[in-house]
Design a protein around this ligand. Sequence first.
Ligand SMILES: C[C@H](O)[C@H](O)[C@H]1CNC2=NC(N)=NC(=O)C2=N1
Length: 108
Amino acid sequence: MELAEKKCVPCEGGIPAIEGANIENYTSQLKTKWDVVDGKMIRREFTFPDFSAAMDFANRVAEIAEEEGHHPDLYISWGKVIVTLYTHAINGLSENDFIVAAKINDLS
Ligand SMILES: C[C@H](O)[C@H](O)[C@H]1CNC2=NC(N)=NC(=O)C2=N1
């Protein structure tokens, strides 16, 4: 099943983080490139013509996050949104991060 079709599973810890070569297995399923940061987060920068368009995008990301119960860190500035995903409960990456990334990719 495609990542974008999956639903996040509530995570309160107790599962191993996705690491090493397994991260590549997931990033390769994403339709655009997300950078892997410190081996435990994925990040993508989105650009827009102005602040308002960036804010609109961030609000659509927020809707996905609330629907999925899994929340990215968002940096919003003029014409730019940086989305960082990791699973706080395990201080690393879980499948939830890649599911939300795939759904965010489908916004643009
Ligand atoms: C039970 C519920 O799934 C958790 O509290 C969720 C909420 N959103 C979350 N978002 C992220 N990014 N990491 C988490 O560990 C997390 N935990």
